[in-house]
Design a binder for this molecule. Structure first.
Ligand SMILES: Cc1cc2nc3c(=O)[nH]c(=O)nc-3n(C[C@H](O)[C@H](O)[C@H](O)COP(=O)(O)OP(=O)(O)OC[C@H]3O[C@@H](n4cnc5c(N)ncnc54)[C@H](O)[C@@H]3O)c2cc1C
Length: 511
């Protein structure tokens, strides 16, 4: 184990052509945050590591992108050459619990390939069209992060092109910061980059996508996971995979917030017991949709799911339960937990093998963000300056009820329309403003900032899974979390690895 790693030279290649045709470039100017005003010096489609390296050597500013499903504007170019990773699509046969995969492979393609071998990659965000490289760059998390953790836990090795065009193969367990809090990267030129490990203390939460990972004696791989493309371009990775779990999906109606928090608490306890071999109810995920979010969902979406629109203040929870060859013990325990929590209605269940039934329930969950986004899009037609304004908050689970009350009072006090949904088993919810005007957006941003400060005071974080990107608001939230000194420590890391500020400039903090 060493704190030093040796870079290697990529194979010789000419830089891939940079496409400047407006018709091609225009489809790369925005990501899922839909921030207006993206512009690019061109777009290029390298086919391998060597082409990425030769491009980086000649370019002045580059932005690697995957599926551009970023919700932070991090994949929206601001004059960069866009490096589309979609041609980095090599997918090797899984072997020994690992799969080697190119950065440009979409997770749904990876998942389909793994399924043919009875395997599964657990840390999948709700949008499964995201690319492997994008999810590593953002340390993406998903519903089942509660059981399986976020992307970080599943990345065994990454290959990256550095800002000078050298390549490093970072294997978990091989390079650790020494007691001096430093990594050394020996470049092919003979120069040695000295990379200081930041000293700020990360909050103790289930998921975090808030700038650079930092722990004493940390593994070098963790510095690059979640760095949002600012320290190197991921070209390939080795991911851990598991046997495909058999799964029950269950949609449960709770009367209100407090019943949903109580039920989630019970389910978490059952899961913890199951993981230590003490019970049959192996809960992998609990997803939350509040009454306001459900009101945004059109009747047809409920009809397609075969679910009646729930009344009043009802909250829906979508629960994933992993089961062995016999699901009966889990089902029996589940029913008794529901009764214990005072749940009145029978759950909608999709048993293992009922993929159609599960898909119907997952589609209803998906209809929540897409319906809210559709409302924002309609408002944009008359108020073009309106933007999606949303939080990505995570708290230690014990503070969950308090955090939900905080979202409601802070947004309600300002008279804002809003909806809340998210990964409640992690304490990670997304309070979304539903703006009717730009003034709502402005007041919504103020509210998110107020919420963020209170969340940080609770030991939580305002940047759970979507990252920071080029969003001015999220960059401010990062500053709230770690202070000016913390940002300066991140900038020191960036300066060491990318002194010319070539890679994703303006992502995480201003260039
Ligand atoms: C409907 C919807 C649901 C979502 N649900 C979730 C969710 O449950 N959990 C979650 O975590 N996220 C979620 N997201 C956000 C998004 O899907 C994730 O952030 C995802 O990880 C982005 O992957 P991507 O391939 O689209 O990356 P992009 O959006 O293209 O890029 C994201 C960032 O990563 C950098 N990057 C991309 N590829 C590379 C690379 N090869 N090397 C270095 N840097 C790179 C980019 O420069 C950018 O800064 C959701 C988004 C949508 C639209």
């Amino acid at each position: 184990m060493s704190h030093r790693i040796k870079a290697r030279r990529a194979a010789a290649a000419s830089a891939p052509p940079v496409e400047r045709d407006e018709a091609v470039v225009s489809s790369f100017l925005s990501d899922a945050a839909h921030v207006p005003g993206g512009f690019a010096a061109g777009v290029t489609f390298p086919r391998d590591e060597a082409e990425v390296a030769s491009l980086v050597v000649v370019a002045t500013r580059v932005l690697a992108v995957g599926a551009q499903s970023s919700l932070t504007g991090g994949a929206t170019p601001r004059g960069d050459v866009v490096v589309s990773t979609r041609a980095l699509s090599t997918l090797h046969e899984p072997s020994g619990g690992y799969v080697r995969v190119g950065a440009g492979v979409p997770l749904n393609v990876l998942q389909r390939t793994l399924a043919t071998a009875g395997l599964y990659y657990p840390p999948v965000p709700t949008f499964d069209g995201a690319f492997v490289g994008g999810t590593i760059a953002t340390n993406a998390a998903g519903a089942a992060t509660f059981k399986h953790g976020s992307t970080r836990r599943w990345v065994a090795a990454v290959t990256l092109v550095l800002a000078n065009g050298d390549v490093i193969d970072v294997v978990r367990g091989e390079t650790r910061a020494g007691a001096a809090g430093l990594f050394e990267i020996e470049l092919t030129s003979g120069d040695v980059l000295r990379v200081p490990v930041p000293r700020y203390v990360m909050p103790d939460v289930a998921k975090l996508s808030a700038g650079y990972y930092a722990r004493p004696e940390m593994d070098l791989i963790d510095l690059f996971i979640g760095a949002e493309g600012t320290l190197g371009i991921v070209t390939a990775a080795t991911l851990k995979v598991i046997e495909r779990p058999r799964r029950i999906a269950a949609l449960v109606r709770c009367a209100d917030d407090s019943q949903s928090v109580a039920l989630t608490t019970l389910l978490r306890e059952q899961a913890t017991a199951a993981w230590s071999g003490q019970g049959p109810l192996d809960v992998a995920a609990v997803e939350y949709m509040d009454s306001r979010a459900l009101r945004a969902v059109p009747d047809e979406a409920f009809a397609r799911a075969g679910v009646a629109r729930p009344p009043g203040q009802s909250v829906l929870l979508l629960i994933q339960i992993e089961v062995g060859s016999d699901e009966e013990p889990a089902l029996t325990r589940f029913q008794s937990v529901l009764s214990g929590a005072g749940i009145q209605d029978d759950p909608h269940l999709a048993l293992p093998g009922d993929d159609r039934g599960a898909e119907r329930l997952f589609n209803l969950r998906e209809a929540v963000p897409s319906s809210v986004n559709a409302i924002v899009a309609i408002t944009k037609q008359t108020h073009p300056d309106v933007e999606k304004t949303a939080g990505d908050m995570v708290v230690p689970f014990a503070r969950l009820a308090e955090s939900i009350a905080l979202y409601r009072t802070t947004l309600g006090r300002r008279g804002l329309d809003y909806a809340i949904w998210g990964h409640v088993s992690d304490g990670n919810l997304h309070p979304n403003v539903v703006p009717g005007s730009f003034d709502d957006v402005r007041r919504g941003r103020e509210a998110i900032l107020d919420i963020a400060r209170a969340i940080v005071a609770m030991g939580g974080a305002p940047l759970a899974e979507h990252g920071v990107g080029r969003s001015a608001l999220k960059q401010q939230l990062l500053r709230e979390l770690y202070g000016d000194d913390g940002i300066e420590q991140m900038r020191a890391v960036k300066r060491a690895l990318d002194p010319e500020w070539k890679l994703a400039p303006g992502v995480l903090f201003p260039a």
